[in-house]
Write a protein that binds this ligand. Sequence first.
Ligand code: SF4
Ligand code: SF4
Length: 134
Amino acid sequence: MAEASRSVSENPSSTTRVDEDGSAARRTSRGKGGSVVLSRSAFASEISQALSRVPIDKPVRHHGTVHVLDSRCKECEFCVVFCPKEVLEISDRYTSAGYRPARVKAGKEADCIACGFCEDVCPEYAIYVVEDSP
Ligand code: SF4
Ligand code: SF4
């Protein structure tokens, strides 16, 4: 009786099975644990993913939403001065403690790049930034 398929082996751990109807499947041995059979298209997709590359100069834009805890802010202006995007300012209202808390400038809501400088320099832990998902 003729065999229904023949195998072509390139290395001990991988063979290509070619069936009588011309279809082919890549069989990858996984040792004693068994084997996995991939269709030609799935195998091509797997190879494509493994070899895919992302340009290293692809621009990645970060954006953050700033939150100021007014009751902790002592109006030192460190965050205002250190923000590289000039997103922050001191507000014109007073807290019950007598300080004017920092706030995001009107129209600058989309400019925060989530660098975290304001968080790092704030001595009162009064400001934090939540990075938005891309
Ligand atoms: S995270 Fe950076 S860009 Fe955003 S407000 Fe703070 S210092 Fe400015
Ligand atoms: S650094 Fe902190 S305490 Fe100082 S103004 Fe900014 S939020 Fe307020």
